[in-house]
Write a protein that binds this ligand. Structure first.
Ligand SMILES: Cc1cc2nc3c(=O)[nH]c(=O)nc-3n(C[C@H](O)[C@H](O)[C@H](O)COP(=O)(O)OP(=O)(O)OC[C@H]3O[C@@H](n4cnc5c(N)ncnc54)[C@H](O)[C@@H]3O)c2cc1C
Length: 237
């Protein structure tokens, strides 16, 4: 069960280490077996990977077997928050687990398709982060509201202030989990294909196809009051 103190977003930011305070400590489970040179532990780098998106995959063990579920998340200081229905299995399990539900969250950005001359050397340029930790259910109402706002703002920055806050019934139906950022690793691949010298003369195109995320033009709801204009924060997406 969570023993979270009364916590505001400002409290969280002030009591947690900042990016200036260096790196996450390496542990046995945060060092990759392969391509160790691609692993990074710098806080600012990890934060930049985490903050660039809002979708993670959360793994946990259920009935002795691993389950990995996609879910939204938000980073606030040195904490990640995920949320869901109080009926959702991992959220219920975290509420019952003492000292918390062991989870592993991964976040992935695909930056490029690396096409080599040989099938073997095809690869992906990426930035990813893996977070190991215990998920605790947030019971403090202020921390819960703050986390829910952060989750909305993680998807569209500025949106929480431009929508109706959750009412008591909605808050009661929503569970929030907190995972402290402590055992964290990032991994990054950049650059072109690593073809074998003997393959350089082969007649196959090789190189990198960059991949980036784009947003389409917002489509207003059919029943939207015509007097309501597109908010400025959506122009910036
Ligand atoms: C988009 C994408 C596609 C990939 N495709 C492949 C593929 O097809 N085949 C393949 O073998 N690998 C692929 N990888 C790399 C893969 O994620 C692992 O890093 C790799 O399999 C090496 O595993 P390992 O045995 O060293 O990991 P382990 O030794 O099991 O990892 C130990 C610890 O290292 C850290 N770690 C490992 N990998 C990562 C990571 N990617 N990001 C952050 N921390 C990490 C974690 O903390 C992990 O607990 C891909 C990665 C990305 C992001």
């Amino acid at each position: 069960m969570s023993t979270a103190p009364d916590t505001t977003e400002q409290d969280v930011r002030e009591t947690q280490p900042t990016a200036a305070e260096g790196s996450y400590a390496k542990t046995d489970r945060t060092v990759p077996t392969r391509s160790k040179e691609r692993a990074h532990y710098d806080r600012a780098l990890v934060h930049s990977i985490l903050d660039e998106t809002y979708l993670c995959h959360m793994g946990f063990v259920r009935d002795g077997a691993p389950v990995v579920l996609p879910t939204l998340y938000a980073r606030v200081g040195e904490r990640l928050y995920v949320h869901g229905s109080t009926g959702s299995r991992p959220l219920r399990m975290a509420g019952q687990a003492d000292p918390g539900l062991p989870v592993c969250l991964t976040v992935t950005h695909v930056d490029g398709l690396v096409l080599a001359r040989s099938a073997f050397h095809h690869s992906i340029n990426y930035r990813s982060a893996v977070v190991h930790g215990l998920a605790h259910q947030v019971t403090d109402p202020d921390e819960k509201r703050m986390a829910l706002d952060a989750l909305v703002d993680a998807v569209v920055q500025g949106r929480s202030a431009d929508s109706r806050p959750a009412n008591g019934k909605e808050l009661a139906a929503t569970a929030v989990l907190r995972i402290d950022l402590s055992e964290v690793s990032a991994k990054i691949r950049t650059g072109g294909p690593n073809d074998e010298p003997e393959d350089m003369g082969l007649p196959h195109w090789s190189g990198v196809v960059p991949v980036s995320r784009t947003y389409g033009t917002p489509i207003p709801s059919d029943d939207l009051d015509e007097a309501i204009e597109l908010p400025a924060y959506l122009h910036g997406l």
